[in-house]
Design a protein around this ligand. Structure first.
Ligand code: ATP
Ligand code: MG
Length: 415
């Protein structure tokens, strides 16, 4: 039998995992510095959490969920993590924490999609959720954190698009206008759009179908999209967000067709795209979802967040060299090697040695093959005279050093 990874999934091999660790380390630093705390939620939840929390007019819920029944309970592998984080927020009474509650997460998500470049069935997201602040300063902060992280990772050619899709107060009239604008030609839209028409006409604007996109151009819808439909409070929120972005020197474009993800987004939605990606050019998506906590059974709590696709971000990273092993111990005295390796590791020096106790020459070759910066050679001579021979694996230079501290100093100083 030839076992293979299931379609749409990938192993992350040792030759790549250091890149993942690099992204995760950078993220951890950026989040910690801004006082965001990590949250880890289960990778499966009750199915209803997603049908309600993501919304049944979304592709995620309608087509992409991995659902299974266990003891008559329907469970789903998480397709995204906002619903799970909101569930945890409510279940753990986090609305009683000092506001705002600023959280981040990372981990695998599962969507039954057609695998292609930039699209997998198990992929990874990194994201933040900020609870408790209605003011546009919260939207600005989460956008700032996303841009900061992507910038620190060295990503270039990114563009930020923002929109304000209104609030429950003003959006209903907008939805009705969209319905009116497309209704005479509804039959020509795709079947998914028929469902969206009934459940959430706003999501029709997000349709990827070429025919639907064409239809938009030829219906009244363009003028509806371009109309100023949002209420005074939403206008104020949107202009405040823009003021903050200007102060933060973050470039943005307004895209009035941007609606995005969850059914329960309100006001701010945004997306960061890269011109260096192909068809799947969205790196990061997010928005404000003020009604969601209450909808899932909690007290009214405004919230805003985003998620980025780690595979897509990693595919955009500039070339990155793996940090080499600091030193390889070459000795036939395995017990001594254990003892010394532990001493080096305690000093933060990465260190390895030959567990198979091969001949000296083979061990030197191994030190070279595994890319170690230095080899410490400990033959019988060295052990009896209490010195260590330090070999610089790049230059081949060797020197005898009288103490452990001297070796630490030599290994730690830049080559
Ligand atoms: P897309 O338009 O690419 O389908 P989306 O709107 O479904 O994206 P979100 O649900 O907002 O995406 O997820 C946020 C980010 O997660 C996306 O911007 C993307 O980088 C990443 N992502 C989403 N789905 C996948 C997938 N199937 N494989 C890899 N990355 C993904
Ligand atoms: Mg998608």
């Amino acid at each position: 039998m030839n076992y293979k990874t299931p379609k749409g999934t990938k192993d992350i091999l040792p030759s790549d995992s250091y890149i993942w660790q690099y992204v995760e380390d950078k993220a951890k630093t950026v989040f910690n510095n801004a006082n965001y705390k990590e949250i880890r939620t289960p990778i499966f939840e009750t199915t209803e959490l997603f049908t309600r929390g993501v919304g049944d007019s979304t592709d995620i819920v309608n087509k992409e969920m991995y659902t299974f029944v266990q003891k008559e309970r329907s469970l789903t592998l998480r397709p995204e993590n906002t619903a799970g984080v909101v569930r945890a927020f409510i279940e753990n009474g986090m609305h009683r924490y000092p506001s705002p509650v600023k959280l981040w997460y990372k981990g695998p998500m599962f969507r039954y999609e057609r695998p292609q470049a930039g699209r997998q069935r198990q992929f990874h997201q990194l994201g933040v959720e900020l609870f408790g602040i209605e003011n546009a300063s919260a939207d600005a902060e989460v956008i700032q954190i996303a841009m900061k992280l992507l910038d620190e990772l060295g990503l270039k050619n990114l563009s930020l698009e923002i929109n304000n899709i209104g609030c429950p107060k003003c959006r209903n009239a907008y939805k009705e206008s969209i319905k009116e604008a497309v209704s005479s030609r509804l039959l020509e839209f795709c079947t998914d759009c028929h469902l969206r028409f009934e459940k959430n006409p706003l999501r029709m604007l997000d349709c990827k179908n070429d025919k639907c996109k064409e239809l938009f151009a030829s219906t009244e819808i363009e003028s509806v999209i371009n109309s100023e439909f949002i209420c005074e409070d939403c206008v104020k929120h949107f202009s405040e967000l823009q003021e903050y972005l200007k102060v933060l020197n973050i470039d943005y474009k307004i895209n009035k067709r941007l609606v995005r993800g969850l059914d329960y987004y309100n006001r701010t939605v945004f997306e960061i795209t890269s011109t260096n990606l192909g068809a799947q050019n969205a790196v990061c998506g997010g928005g404000r979802y003020d009604p969601l906590v209450e909808m899932l059974g909690g007290p009214h709590t405004p919230a805003v967040g985003w998620a980025f696709g780690m595979e897509r971000v990693i595919s955009l990273l500039p070339a990155l060299e793996e940090k080499p092993l600091d030193l390889f111990l070459v000795t036939n005295n395995t017990k001594k090697a254990f003892e010394l390796a532990e001493k080096f590791r305690k000093q933060g020096i990465s260190c390895d040695f030959d567990l198979a106790n091969r001949k000296f020459q083979k061990q030197i070759e191994k030190a070279s093959k595994c890319g170690a910066k230095f080899a410490v050679i400990l033959g019988e001579d060295e052990i009896s005279s209490g010195v260590m021979t330090l070999k610089n694996m790049q230059t081949g230079d060797q020197q005898k050093l009288p103490s452990f501290e001297d070796v630490i100093k030599a290994v730690s100083s830049p080559v």
